[in-house]
Design a protein around this ligand. Sequence first.
Ligand code: 0RA
Length: 646
Amino acid sequence: MSEELNKKGYSADSIQALEGMEHVRMRPSMYIGDVGVRGLHHLVYEVVDNSIDEALAGHCDTITVTINEDNSITVTDNGRGIPVGMHKKEGVSALEVVMTKIGAGGKFDKDSYKVSGGLHGVGVSCVNALSEHLKATVHREGKIWEQEYERGKTQYPVKAIGNATDTGTIVTFKPDAEIFQQTREYNYDTLASRMRELAYLNKGITITLTDKRNKDEKGEFVGETFHSEEGLKEFIKFLDGNREPLIAEVIAMEGEKNGIPVEVAMVYNTSFNENLHSYVNNINTHEGGTHLSGFRRGLTNTLKKYADGSGMLDKLKFEISGDDFREGLTAIVSVKVAEPQFEGQTKTKLGNREVTAAVSQAVSQMLEDYLEEHPNDAKTIVQKVILAAQARHAARKAREMVQRKTVMSGGGLPGKLSDCSEQDPEKCEVFLVEGDSAGGTAKQGRDRNFQAILPLRGKILNVEKAMQHKVFENEEIRNIFTALGVTIGTEEDSKALNLEKLRYHKIVIMCDADVDGSHISTLILTFFFRYMKELIENGHVYIATPPLYLVKKGSKKSYAWDDKERDALVEQFGGGAGIQRYKGLGEMNAEQLWDTTMNPEFRTLRQVTIENGGEADRIFSMLMGDDVPPRREFIEKNAIYANIDA
Ligand code: 0RA
């Protein structure tokens, strides 16, 4: 440790720390992904993850997260408290090292097995660097210790400000407006869904979320407490609660294989969809990886062996494929890996080879036991698998029809598509428009150089409730496939998409701004989510936002997208302003539609993102199921769309 101080009184090491923090501020996206809504919420996850680690080490059971009135965040835990003593190597308190040294994390504590971690696992120091203000308070060794920072810069040495009888850590931070320019407003639902997920993934921990910006009917702050005694078993019930179960019980196991902690829970429902969710160290691995391969392998091998032995397959005239075993299956695989290697486009694909066998063995063992102990359920599952195989056979013909049409480029395009002249897919957009009449207006209003229009007839098929062959036989859906130019995978992996031939990099859903319109948007989104998830994951899917009102006075004319904007315009225009409410796209003429909704210079497109795969899955099953009231509530809240301008 160098004690040589420069003019400003910094030691060489603290200069290094400063430079690290400066780098985070210069290149924030390298550390937290982006500086939009996602990055903003990541700050919270990063801080909470430290507390989760403390809980996983067995020293803490309660974590609270508070959204304060000013959109600052407070995270508390009842752990041991971050050490405040002098850090030998750094020459300042350990707390200061954790808060100001990039990558310091809990490194100095060799006993702690760090398993959790934000998507980027960058540590609380990054949060500090990106906050205009951060205060760390530690209850430890009978005292309350405190240190504050501004944009990552220490304001004073750690000081004791009082006595404590308990232990724990409290971190309050306010995201820096210089960094988070787009928005600094926290979304309650986004935080709630992550905290709920964390509670299921780490059973026994209590996580309380409080929103001090809003009060409920009783005058209490909005909030929720998340706690799960049964972990993944309960998580599955939550995710699949809107579906009809095929078997009564959730099949679950928890254990360690080859030194890798593995947790698996699964259940079959009567739907035709496969829902696999996988986690590594509490991170949702959207792109799957070796743990998911292990799950598939264990499931297929065990069920196949059982089915073969049961004699139920004897009369079957064709082979059963891996897909057939997963129809109507909802499953969660959660592993903890000491040194995870993340690969793939979004770095959410586990690469560690050794994990496949560990998960596969765990799943085989769990399933063998279950099938043996539950012969009736076993029979029901095998029957479902046989039905799936038969349906897949029927679907193949329908799919081949789509395939043949898609492969023929140019001539194979649907008649209803008004294509654009540009050939470079990156520059091309296609608008999926509700109804032929709005389609006509859009066709007149568009810029035909790069904007294509595909009108869709009324309500498209609800794929959530349809078997695959019905989906591929549906004309509107076939039109979408052929217009987009994507081909559907092989029989073994019937939902793998080939995006290389994608003809438009922006796919814009344009529907009326009313409840029917949102229902149709949701039907289209459900189709994309179930059959073309990669399109959403790669950021190709957008929702257009037509205005709700036209406010007019004399020659003055302006559009409003909500009631607040409308009222502001009325006030601005003064007395006698007229208000026209657009009931649908059809009431706008071509020029108005271009000006407000299609012209890239003025429009707002909302990019559709999947922030939380499990939550998205649950939401779609709810929206498209039979239970209408929650659907309406959801559509009104529009919780799955990220508000990103494009
Ligand atoms: C390393 C060592 C010790 C505590 C922690 C890390 C710790 C870090 C965080 C971050 C948020 N909450 C936390 N709680 C604890 C303590 C080691 C000891 O007491 O022996």
